[in-house]
Design a protein around this ligand. Structure first.
Ligand SMILES: [Zn+2]
Length: 256
């Protein structure tokens, strides 16, 4: 048995008769005769057992017959050095892992490139004609983000935002009105579109006019928004930046 390579199952032995130590790379093995590359197999290594196995190319994972642990596929060119030459073997393992990581990174980049290409060539679904979630989410998110951020600021910075209390309560009210008025707007939109289609002898697209956002989602939008403005107001009150009366008035404006 040479170089830690061994027979077993369908694996192919790397025998001493075929390989010798390469003087230019101590510890490595190379073929003595014309190298006979077995294109149908690839090399796997069990690192803990320091064993090399040849397995059919179609296999995507190999279990070490000795320890039943997972083997690592050899990506690095050349025959692995003998495990007896600890330094060369360890270097080979490290190099192989670096090669494997590079290969995976380039495969990932290629997958992403393919996906981007697919996105570009895939026929775009026509946008649903109704006003849908993104608008509500879009107007709500900056307000929530800013209010949540402000509520966590040091008191001196919070004081600056408290000076714009009216503005922030107004923003929150506007978002709440947009959320609450969604269904009414949607019904108007649908009715008008159907009328137009009938007047112009167009196929009526009632089916495509579905509600873009459910009641539960709108309630959740509402809840998160109110939570953000209330946190902001409570913190302003705790820091003495607004009076209890101002707090109550702001909450009343928000219907709390
Ligand atoms: Zn093993």
């Amino acid at each position: 048995m040479a170089g830690g390579a061994e027979t077993g199952g369908s694996c192919q032995i790397v025998t001493a008769a075929r390989v010798v130590v390469d003087p230019s790379f101590p510890g490595s093995l190379r073929c003595t005769a014309t190298p006979k590359l077995n294109m149908s197999k690839q090399t796997w290594i069990c690192v803990p057992c320091r064993k090399v196995y040849m397995r059919k190319k179609y296999l995507t994972s190999v279990e070490c017959p000795k320890c039943q642990g997972p083997c690592e596929l050899v990506h690095t060119w050349g025959i692995p050095p003998s495990p007896k030459h600890t330094k060369a073997w360890d270097e080979f393992i490290a190099r192989n892992r670096a090669d494997a990581a590079r290969l995976e990174a380039s495969r990932q980049a290629e997958r992403e490139r393919q996906e981007q290409m697919q996105d570009l060539i895939r026929p775009k679904k026509p946008s649903p004609p109704e006003e849908h979630v993104p608008y509500l989410a879009a107007i709500r998110l900056p307000a929530i983000k800013t209010l949540t951020h402000s509520a966590g600021l040091p008191a001196n910075q919070l004081a600056g935002h408290a000076a714009n209390l009216e503005f922030w309560v107004g923003e929150a009210k506007h978002c709440l009105a947009a959320i609450d008025g969604y269904w009414e707007r949607f019904k108007r939109l649908r009715t008008r579109q159907v009328e137009y289609e009938k007047q112009h002898n167009m196929p009526v697209t009632v089916v495509s006019l579905r509600r873009g956002i459910g009641d539960a989602d709108r309630q959740e939008l509402r809840r998160v928004l109110l939570e953000a403005i209330e946190q902001f107001l409570s913190r302003c009150r705790r820091e003495g930046l607004i009076s209890t009366e101002e707090l109550k008035a702001a909450l009343a404006e928000l219907g709390r």
